[in-house]
Design a protein. Sequence first.
Length: 155
Amino acid sequence: MFSIIARNERGVLMELKNLIGQCFCGAIKYEVERPLKFIAHDHCSICRRISGAAFVTWAGTKENQFKLLAGADNISSFKTTAEAERQFCKTCGSHLFFRSTRWPDEVHFTVATVTSDFVDQPKSHVFFSDKAKWIDIHDELPRYGGKTGVEPINE
């Protein structure tokens, strides 16, 4: 297994290994090589409706750092917009991956499906202007929104 040595937010050296994830039933398994491109809480209305939650926390990686270990035949894909495709487990329904022409050569994966140690923290809120009205967010993370979902906003 590949790993890198990095300093955490407190300056302590730590080993960061590849991430391993899977769907709920275990039919689909994947591995992600570090470093990650981003980790963000996504508040878009599509993520809310698909997940049944206030937001989805995504991490992104380059396509060549992503490896499907098992279950390719168990992945169900569908387009949620003209540019975007989401992927789920056919058996248990876990929402796993997102790909888009907007971010070519990237795979975005739901952080909740990571089963190995995941100490990385989200760095921002995206599509924050679309967030559910019934949730209050009180953290200090940068907030992005607007038409693209990634434009700086001030609240």
